[in-house]
Design a protein around this ligand. Sequence first.
Ligand SMILES: C[S@@+](CC[C@H](N)C(=O)[O-])C[C@H]1O[C@@H](n2cnc3c(N)ncnc32)[C@H](O)[C@@H]1O
Length: 210
Amino acid sequence: MEENKPKDLKNLVYKVGDVTDLKKLYPDETFDVIVDKGTYDAIATDERESTIKMCQAYFNEAIRTLKNKDGVFIIVSLLQPHVLKMLFDFFVLENDVNLYQKTNLFQVKVLKIENIEGYAEKQFLKYFVAIKKNFIDVSNPKMVDMRAKLQDSVGIKDSALEKEEFYSYTQAIEKIKVDQQIFMIAPTIKLLDPGRQIEMHCFDYKSKDN
Ligand SMILES: C[S@@+](CC[C@H](N)C(=O)[O-])C[C@H]1O[C@@H](n2cnc3c(N)ncnc32)[C@H](O)[C@@H]1O
């Protein structure tokens, strides 16, 4: 790995470790920014309890090693429904599994990545999720109150929007899901003859009611 180091990045240091336990490699508050491209998607394979626990251990390690003031954790993800839920359950909802939630404000922003010309994976939308960590003084009631007010707020932005819009946990999950569905369906509909009438049957394949 070292021999492949770009010549203009001589200070780059490679370390190999398990993202769910980095204690021997990195002390608390080591990084200004952590970038994950594909690792969270790779470990968030399903909704089994052991998988959820592994993802929570990873998130806790990422937060621990991030700087307390304005540390940013960036995740590049396809945000499949269970991946999105696990992420938002951890960072947006009040919970006991995020070891740092009570003492920090986590601001979550989601940016849709526009499709890159010629890129192979055209059928899925890709996102940057940026989570900013800021330590709060829990002895100050104003800060605790501010944290409670701001926590359930997710900023979403794409190139069609002039500025970021803010959503609650439930609204943000719904908005991302609908955007993904439109992205998958729209190209197929565009290919149909303009004059042709089509019928769409929408159903929930998991439900017995329809
Ligand atoms: C989809 S690949 C992405 C690789 C690279 N970031 C890229 O974009 O080409 C997922 C990566 O996550 C790494 N990974 C999976 N579980 C891990 C763990 N517990 N700790 C550290 N890395 C892990 C794998 O070794 C693999 O390199």
